[in-house]
Ligand binder design. Structure first.
Ligand code: ADP
Ligand code: MG
Ligand code: MG
Length: 922
């Protein structure tokens, strides 16, 4: 059978369905699905994503087989519509719409009203008797076609659109302000002027033949797959270039036929808060993208109930049907043509982290989805948004009282941001690079602005609604956004804006509250989010914190479904307390060296390093011991019997001494020793390659008294906490940088001797473990030998990545980012575990270690422990726990649950066809 490249859809029947996103793109698959379940979808067909690749292979031409198939489907469409393409009596008009597999909002361009020329326009006037409508369509068509297919668009960042320029001058000539005040004759004249501009700038006539128009548009959609903004978007969201886009050709329905027609977009629930209310916007007598483009500010969907009760009721019915069918919050586009409702798009709706979590939780309550499904829908990184700051209420109130409230727009992207005004995306990027906080301030944003939006702290627009480009993209990126703030009068050229008479210039501070929509002059301090106020600050009662309560529910579900334990990296009691508040079950890494920098500690530490003989060193260490003991006591108390993994000293000693003469002289004076001696010692500690030098267990092997002191401090603290405070303890002493079992054996003896001695001295017993970090390849490869001594392994994936890749992280900046850009590594291996390299060593160490010691405890304590993909990998290789910074603990909990859910062995299905149908694609 010949390969199929084109798929037809029409009300009640479709060749495709929602599971065919790979082939039909998201838009095509969902149009087919909606048509298939009998929703009112204008008929059309989808050219598959495979053709996109063929188009590029075929030197940017559509292959002949595809052309033939398109022609066949066009016939079918003509039949379904009862009109003919290019017909002089009853012409068929279509839209040509792109649609990639993953939704790329606004990335690819849509052309409406295709098939119009002077002849078909005249025919349409004759049929509808509505000249204004026809020339409104014609004007839009030539403009869109001129922009998307023929490339007439602004070049410089301060430029305005060439077509808009013509419209503006027409309006000036006619002395009118709104587009709506232009007459049919004005619009007809605009068509002529647009065509003349196209001819002048491109040297070509505007194509009148509908078939040429169609092929040109189809080619342009495929061509736009490789335009700059599409490439930028793909890069940002990891969308493979190979996917390609589909093209949808669909019968036009018209929202611009008069007061009984309109168009709108909606979410089946509130995409900002997640509340279960119908949420959307519409415009009567408007077409296509008017609602999202921000040219006219649209009206809230609830008002449609009055404008057109019948269409509204049907929309409500479809809203519920879609939510049931997709079991998710949907984003829909619709058009009403003379009172009849048509569905033009639906897809799973983008939402803020707040909304994602709330909707998932609510839908479990509504029995639409299971707990597991809810968890798999919340991206772990989204939790970050819940932890983001809000304005300090007192400061904000003071600012408002002082008259600094400039205006109010729509609360399009929650959170609080203070920054300096910039008026275009290039500047936002440039300012962010300089370390400045920027608020990208635009009349409206467009897909070209994505990079600037990402670089900015917040986004502020003068036009556009809750579903405008700015709002959608901001929510997805987690940017604070206030949209549609109509009081802003922005002058791009002058790099300034006026707000109710007040002028603000580029670089001025402004504060925007994306939760309320307020725009405030000047800078306002921010304060912790609701979740942090409950958990960390303890200043807010959970009963008064709905966001926190939803968060807590998700966390409870995550804990129920995860297999991995979650610990935190914490060096001090307060950090340990935060870790517990975030749900950590132990400490996976307590670095002791940070303790040496504290008050009163650095002196004895330096004495220890400068000592000539073991005796002097011991004397200095004896001064350090009580400090260390006190720190450990605090941590053990907080952790109350949960495991606390403490790493013995790790960094090279030179890090504790100053490198410049002034500091060295001060130390010499303090300690009453000659400056020369300090200088010599610093010089002697100098290493060409400290990362591979005298550090880790090597220190404790050459200076066993250091390990001895540390072990003693740990165990004395444990004994005290257990005996005096009656709090259980579980210390785990971890020896770093072990590559040879004999290194570990050497250190283990010292540690165990200290433990036995302390227990005897204090007359108290406690459990403890001795283990090691696996962070050099030799350690991983000889894990079977090392496990004869180690009771646990903790993968130190920062060093393991450095030593496995032979890349020093501190020197990698110059080449590692380009490496990732060139795709040599898909992700920065210091952020996401390099599964094929470093990951294989981990897997090997797990296998060999467990072979020797089946009860071996396995964990990870590198930065990777809080990265969702790395957490998943740890789950897959069977670690017992991950450990990450306290603030990433919620993310790790959720990531661990998702890893367990998404990688669960599939239950044997009785009816494979049914199972495949209900399985969610991710
Ligand atoms: P995007 O991917 O940018 O959302 P779409 O292909 O959805 O682009 O087109 C944008 C808008 O154009 C739609 O929301 C819809 O209002 C309008 N549109 C597209 N196709 C048609 C059609 N066949 N009839 C009427 N309006 C259409
Ligand atoms: Mg678009
Ligand atoms: Mg759309």
């Amino acid at each position: 059978m010949a390969k199929k490249y084109v798929y037809f859809f029409g009300t009640g029947a479709a060749e495709g369905n929602m599971r065919m996103k790979d082939t039909l793109g998201g838009k095509g698959a969902n149009l087919a699905e909606m048509a298939g379940i009998g929703l009112p979808v204008p008929p059309g067909f989808t050219i598959s994503t495979e053709v996109c690749a063929l188009y590029y292979k075929n030197r940017k031409r559509i292959p002949e087989v595809v052309r033939l198939e398109v022609e066949k489907n066009l016939k079918k469409l003509e039949k379904a519509a009862g009109r003919a393409f290019g017909d002089a009596k009853d012409p068929l008009l279509v839209s040509v719409r792109s649609g990639a597999r993953a939704s790329m909002p606004g990335m690819m361009d849509t052309i409406l009203n295709l098939g119009l020329n002077d002849r078909t326009a005249a025919a349409l006037v004759a049929r509808t008797g509505n000249e204004r409508f026809v020339f409104d369509c014609y004007r839009r068509f030539v403009q869109m076609y001129g922009d998307v297919v023929l490339g007439l668009r602004p070049v410089h960042k301060d430029d305005i659109d060439p077509f808009e320029e013509i419209i503006e001058s027409k309006k000036r000539e006619r002395g009118v302000r709104a587009d709506a005040d232009l007459t049919a004759a004005d619009l007809e004249d605009l068509v002529a002027r647009f065509k003349a501009a196209i001819k002048e700038r491109t040297g070509h006539d505007f194509p009148d033949d509908p078939r040429r128009q169609l092929w040109g548009a189809i080619g342009a959609v495929f061509g736009s797959w490789m335009n700059e903004r599409a490439i930028a978007y793909r890069k940002m969201y990891d969308i493979p270039e190979a996917w390609g886009t589909a093209v949808n050709v669909q019968l036009m329905v018209f929202g611009n036929m008069g007061a009984d027609s309109g168009t709108g977009v909606a979410f089946t629930r509130d995409a900002a808060t997640g509340e279960n209310v119908f949420y959307g916007e519409y415009l009567m007598n408007a077409q296509g993208e008017d609602v999202v483009a921000g040219i006219r500010t649209p009206r809230p969907i609830a008002e449609l109930r009055k404008d057109d009760p019948k269409a509204y009721a049907e929309l409500e019915r479809i809203r519920r049907e879609l939510e049931k069918h997709y079991a998710d919050m949907m984003d829909i586009e619709f058009t009403i043509e003379r009172g009849k409702l048509y569905m033009l798009q639906c897809r799973v709706g983008k939402r803020t982290a707040f909304a994602a979590i709330r909707i998932a939780v609510d839908m479990v309550g509504e029995k639409l989805i299971s707990e597991k499904e809810a968890l798999s829908r919340i991206e772990p990184d989204q939790l970050n948004q819940l932890l983001r700051p809000v304005f300090d209420p007192a400061e904000k109130q003071a600012a408002v009282k002082a008259g600094r409230l400039l205006a109010k727009g729509l609360n399009a992207g929650p959170g609080a941001a203070s920054g300096r005004i910039v008026f275009n995306s290039a500047d936002a990027e440039a300012w962010a690079r300089k370390g400045e906080k920027a608020i990208l301030t635009r009349i409206e944003t467009s897909p070209e602005d994505i990079r600037g939006m990402s670089a900015a702290e917040g986004i502020l627009t003068a036009r556009g609604g809750m579903t405008s480009h700015a709002a959608l993209v901001a929510r997805q990126m987690g940017r604070v956004c206030v949209a549609g703030c109509g009081d802003l009068v922005i002058d791009y050229g002058g790099r300034a804006m006026t707000v109710k008479g007040r002028e603000l210039k580029e670089g001025d501070w402004v504060s925007i509250d994306g939760t309320t929509g307020e725009v405030i002059e000047g800078r306002i301090a921010t304060k912790p989010s609701e979740v942090l106020q409950v958990l960390i600050e303890r200043t807010l009662d959970p009963a008064r914190a709905p966001v926190y309560r939803t968060f807590a529910k998700v966390m409870a579900w995550a804990d129920k479904h995860r297999a991995l334990g979650i610990r935190a990296n914490a060096d001090q009691p307060d950090q340990a307390r935060n870790a517990l508040a975030f749900g950590a079950e132990g400490i996976g890494l307590c670095r002791t060296e940070h303790m040496f920098f504290g008050e009163g500690k650095i002196g004895p530490m330096r004495e220890m390093i400068l000592a000539d003989a073991a005796e002097e060193r011991k004397a200095a260490l004896a001064k350090l011991l009580p400090f260390q003991r006190r720190d450990f006591e605090g941590i053990f108390e907080v952790m109350a019997g949960r495991p606390v993994t403490i790493r013995t000293i790790d960094p090279p000693l030179h890090e504790f001494l100053p490198h410049e003469e002034k500091g060295q002289r001060e130390i010499a004076a303090d300690m009453g020793i000659p400056y020369e001696k300090v200088r010599e010692r610093v010089e002697s500690l100098h290493e060409l390659n400290p990362m591979l030098g005298f550090r880790g267990c090597r220190l404790g092997i050459i200076y066993p008294e250091i390990t001895e002191m540390q072990a003693r401090a740990i165990f004395e603290a444990a004994a005290t906490v257990k005996k005096k405070k009656r709090i259980p303890v579980l210390p785990e002493v971890m020896i770093p940088l072990v590559g040879h079992v004999k290194e570990l054996r050497h250190q283990e003896r010292i540690v165990r001797a200290a433990a036995e001695a302390v227990m005897k001295e204090q007359g108290v017993g406690f459990d403890y473990r001795v283990g090691t970090m696996i962070e050099v390849p030799r350690g991983a490869v000889t894990a079977d030998e090392i496990a004869t001594v180690a009771e646990f392994f903790s993968f130190g994936t920062n060093d393991l990545t450095q030593t496995t890749l032979g890349v020093s992280r501190d020197d990698a900046g110059r080449f590692l980012i380009p490496y990732v850009e060139k795709g040599i590594y898909a992700k920065d291996p210091f952020e996401v575990i390099d599964r094929e390299g470093v990951g294989q060593l981990m897997r090997l160490a797990v296998e060999r270690g467990r072979r020797t010691r089946p009860a071996l405890k396995l964990g990870i304590c590198g930065e990777h422990g809080g990265d969702p993909s790395s957490v998943e990998f740890c789950h897959l290789i069977g670690l017992d726990y991950v450990s990450c910074s306290p603030y990433r603990v919620p993310i790790a909990r959720l990531a661990a649950a998702r890893a367990a859910i998404l990688n669960a062995p599939k239950p044997a299905a009785k009816k494979p066809a049914k199972a495949a149908r209900t399985a969610r694609k991710r």
